[in-house]
Design a protein around this ligand. Sequence first.
Ligand code: ZN
Ligand code: ZN
Length: 96
Amino acid sequence: MIFTDSHGIGPDLAPGEAPWPVRWEDDPRCDSCLHEWESVLLRPYPARVEEAIRCRHCHTPRCGDSRDSDPCMRRRHHRGDHVLASGVRYPLGGTP
Ligand SMILES: [Zn+2]
Ligand SMILES: [Zn+2]
């Protein structure tokens, strides 16, 4: 089962544009924001396109990989359990 509404579709970034600030963990919004995830396409190098998932409001990156079919819906580097789009929870370092 693919959880397609785990994120929306965000912008196509300009070549070289970063999806989130280098020091995004210093922004208090990474814990206070009710994140809404979106996918963005970035081009770190010419002729290379990558997809990343970030919050459309504060640009905090999401946990896990953009290709996960049932992704964790919390931010990158969160504490406590992973919480998947399906509602499944499992501990850090464990398996769902
Ligand atoms: Zn946010
Ligand atoms: Zn997680």
